[in-house]
Design a protein around this ligand. Structure first.
Ligand SMILES: Nc1ncnc2c1ncn2[C@@H]1O[C@H](COP(=O)(O)OP(=O)(O)OP(=O)(O)O)[C@@H](O)[C@H]1O
Length: 269
């Protein structure tokens, strides 16, 4: 696996989390170099969302450590958590936009809620974020009046308006067809480079992840069984990695058949 000497913005070490008797994270570790786009892959139910929830402090790990910018991010350490919340944004699967607020008001909200920036600057920064995401002309539109792709861009505008160093993406392409999945990953990669934030994405979309990411990791049985570059992932001879590549390819064939209106083959169902 490729060594990366870039300083780490986020380091997860030996994260353990169970629900009742169900062990979901079993010593998961991950390195996220500053300025990179890192994708955690894994089958449905592998624990990708639980991993993000541990970062968001929504779920408390049973043991293990999280380091942000070199400092431990312990549950209950209010100062470290507040610092993390200030420097990190989440982008949820559902976009979590407020239907009753305009595009501009949606983007203004995190600045109003988490900073003491004066109103005039909030307006300027929010308009700038909309401009950067090519949505300025839609500032007075409500989310329901925007296309799915525009809603994703609006959610990203809201996530970056606080100028976060780290953006966490939970299944950003869930429920989208392959073309739109591609567009969403291209958008993440483009703006990640343009704004220079570090991105951590969790998904099961292998093809898009390999094209867009600097590094990928595979979560299986509660552990990262692979961490490396997309090329290393493609070339890996590990059985777990091979199985994941095969199942992703089979899913791709099934989706292509469905798009062509063909009946499902027994192996696909
Ligand atoms: N609050 C909870 N209480 C009990 N079990 C939970 C809870 N949250 C998650 N789990 C369990 O943890 C496991 C992993 O769930 P998680 O949502 O992290 O999977 P995932 O990898 O994100 O899957 P998907 O790709 O389908 O979203 C599942 O078995 C789930 O039922």
């Amino acid at each position: 696996m490729g060594a990366d000497t870039t300083p780490l913005l986020l380091k997860i070490e030996g994260l353990q989390k169970g629900f009742g008797g169900n062990v979901v994270l079993d010593g998961a570790s991950l390195d996220v170099p500053r300025g990179s786009l890192v994708t955690v892959l894994g089958r449905s139910g592998a624990g990708k969302s639980v991993l993000l929830k541990c970062l968001a402090d929504v779920v408390q790990p049973d043991s293990g450590s999280i380091f942000f910018d070199g400092k431990p991010l312990a549950t209950g350490d209010a100062a470290a958590r507040a610092d993390f919340r200030r420097r990190c944004s989440f982008l949820f699967q559902s976009n979590a936009l407020f239907d009753s607020l305009t595009a501009l008001e949606n983007v203004e909200l995190p600045l109003e809620q988490t900073t003491s920036v004066p109103d005039k600057e909030i307006r300027e920064r929010s308009l700038e974020a909309l401009r950067q995401l090519e949505l300025e002309a839609y500032k007075d539109h409500y989310p329901s009046q925007l296309s799915g792709g525009m809603q994703k861009r609006l959610a990203l505008a809201r996530a970056i308006v606080t100028r976060p160093e780290l953006v966490l993406f939970d299944e950003p392409t869930a429920g989208l067809d392959p073309l739109r999945r591609n567009a969403v990953f291209a958008m993440i990669a483009k703006y990640q480079r343009q704004f220079g934030f570090t991105a951590l994405v969790v998904t099961h979309d292998l093809t898009e992840a390999l094209l867009a990411s600097d590094r990928v990791a595979l979560l299986d049985k509660g552990r990262m069984c692979f961490e490396g570059t997309p090329d290393e992932f493609s070339a890996s001879t590990s059985t777990v990695v091979g199985d994941f590549r095969d199942s992703a390819a089979a899913l791709g064939r099934t989706l292509a058949s469905i798009r062509r209106g063909e009946a499902l083959q027994p192996e696909d169902s």
